[in-house]
Ligand binder design. Sequence first.
Ligand code: 5GP
Length: 123
Amino acid sequence: MSSAYDDQNIFAKILRGEIPCNKVYEDEFVLAFHDIQPQSKVHVLVIPKGAYISFDDFSQEASDAELAGFFRAAGKIARDLGIAGEGYRALANHGVNANQEVPHFHLHLFGGQPLGRMIKVPG
Ligand code: 5GP
């Protein structure tokens, strides 16, 4: 856990049950729920239960069990959502250049439709 983690971020509140979410999956390591402003037909956020700010933080600080639990769950969630067959995009924004809005690590799962090219870089 990073000392700079802000436990008032919106996903920390969701994890504590202070704010509702439209849950799709939960286990010991992971919570997954629908994005409040979906950017594709299926848009689910997968978050670790541990207090990690971003992918960078999670990849450095999480235990092997948390890392394995998270990524095993993320793949299963995509399959259970029915988006694995036709394909989907998994994306994590880290930091300012990526416009990360919520400082609790989350993996976006986009799918259910063709998603176009990978990324648009302004300018
Ligand atoms: P980021 O830009 O940090 O990678 O993405 C944050 C995502 O969280 C956005 O897609 C945004 O729509 C979603 N989001 C922000 N607040 C809430 C919320 O209260 N509930 C849910 N389900 N999603 C949220």
